[in-house]
Design a binder for this molecule. Structure first.
Ligand SMILES: Cc1cc2nc3c(=O)[nH]c(=O)nc-3n(C[C@H](O)[C@H](O)[C@H](O)COP(=O)(O)O)c2cc1C
Length: 367
């Protein structure tokens, strides 16, 4: 309440990127001291049910922060105290890069949406690894890796392998981003052959590193996909993902569509190109989740993301087939209590609907 009526109006007076940097710095500053962080974490626990097991990892609750908010892993420790069950940091690339020219992040407040064309601005995979090693979050940590801007799409595999190796030790799972609309041609990696080759190379490296380090199991590899795919594209991706033994699919990234917006065409056009996130993405993201759930008969874990602001939004994703849920834009609009509120709300809905556990509810709308 304080956030929406007091803090958000102040933050929304700043440019979206300045507000984002201020929020990240403030979180690190105010929650930097362990006693304060612990006290805040104790107040933000919203999930009354037990831990959740997914791809060999234990999640304290099913609500995570999606990639892109903490690109360099500088605030993961503080963000975890806000009640997220997992934080996905990144996207990082093999070398530092500055991203696209500013302005490159826009609010469509009347739509509860954002448009961004940041273009993977980040300080590089090695720096991210150092940041989270120094200040690890007290929750599951995913690291999201992408292709460097200067690397041609034909040379993507060695580039991903460099990032993969750099973040391997610090990541609980690694997300492969092949779906950002802001790196030219990146989405071509969602096609059958290039994707199969990329995943094969990454899983080989995964095997080698797990053996080298005497790990009990390989790191779970997840693939993050776009919402702008046809059913045939999705079928191909699922087939390749299953063959490559990926641990799950993250559905979805931002959309290039501009359908169903309340903002005026002039306002939308003024933002220019980029990925749209938030409320207008919600139903398409749910459709993609349902489709994957149906195609895999529930056999491949789905991390549902796109337009989650409330417990009902998260619940709809679970019913569509998501076994974990992430959000980004909802965090900007709803504020620091959003994970706690959604966790409490989902637990209430589960009880009301007569489900004994979250697992029983996954894909319930398809049954
Ligand atoms: C400003 C911004 C930056 C983002 N950066 C990344 C990124 O670096 N890597 C990535 O995989 N997704 C990125 N995303 C996509 C989000 O992780 C998420 O998939 C998408 O925004 C849909 O969720 P939402 O509606 O809850 O925001 C970004 C989203 C926004 C709004």
């Amino acid at each position: 309440m304080i956030y929406r009526s007091f803090l958000r109006p102040i933050l929304f007076r700043l440019s979206p990127e300045a507000a984002h940097e201020l929020a990240l710095d403030s979180l690190s500053f105010f929650l930097g001291a362990a006693p304060i962080r612990k006290a805040v974490a104790a107040r933000h626990r919203g999930w009354p049910l037990g831990p959740i097991k997914r791809f060999g990892l234990e999640f304290a609750n099913p609500i995570g922060l999606a990639a892109g908010f903490d690109k360099n892993g500088t605030a993961a420790e503080s963000l975890a105290a806000l009640g997220f069950g997992f934080i996905e940091v990144g996207t990082v690339t093999s070398e530092p890069q500055s991203g696209n020219e500013k302005p490159r992040l826009f609010r469509l407040a009347s739509d509860h949406a954002l448009i961004n064309r940041l273009g993977f601005n980040n300080r590089g995979a090695a720096q991210l690894a150092e940041n989270v090693r120094r200040r690890p979050p007290d929750c599951v940590l995913g690291v999201n890796i992408g292709k460097s801007h200067r690397v041609a799409i034909a040379d993507a595999i060695p580039d991903y392998l460099t990032s993969f190796t750099a973040v391997y030790d610090v990541a609980d799972y690694i997300a492969i981003n092949i779906s950002s609309p802001n790196t030219p041609n990146l989405r071509e990696l969602q096609r059958r052959e290039p994707l199969a080759e990329l995943l094969r190379a990454l899983q080989e490296r995964n095997d080698e590193l797990a053996k080298d380090k005497s790990l009990r199991q390989k790191k779970p590899l997840l693939v993050k996909i776009a919402p702008d795919l046809s059913e045939a594209d999705l079928e191909a991706i699922i087939e390749v993902a299953l063959n490559a033994n990926v641990a799950g699919i993250i559905a979805t990234n931002t959309t290039v569509s501009r359908d169903n917006l309340h903002a005026s065409p002039a306002e939308v056009q003024a933002c220019g190109e980029g990925g749209l996130s938030g409320a207008p993405l919600r139903s398409r993201s749910n459709e993609v989740i349902s489709l994957i759930h149906r195609l895999t008969e529930g056999g491949l874990p789905i991390v549902g993301v796109g337009g989650v602001f409330t417990a009902v939004n998260a619940w709809d994703k679970i019913c569509a087939g998501a076994s974990l849920v992430q959000l980004y834009t909802g965090f900007i609009y709803e504020g620091p209590n959003v994970a706690k509120k959604i966790n409490q709300g989902v637990a209430d809905i589960l009880r009301r609907e007569g489900f004994k556990s979250l697992d029983d509810a996954i894909g319930c709308s398809a049954k």
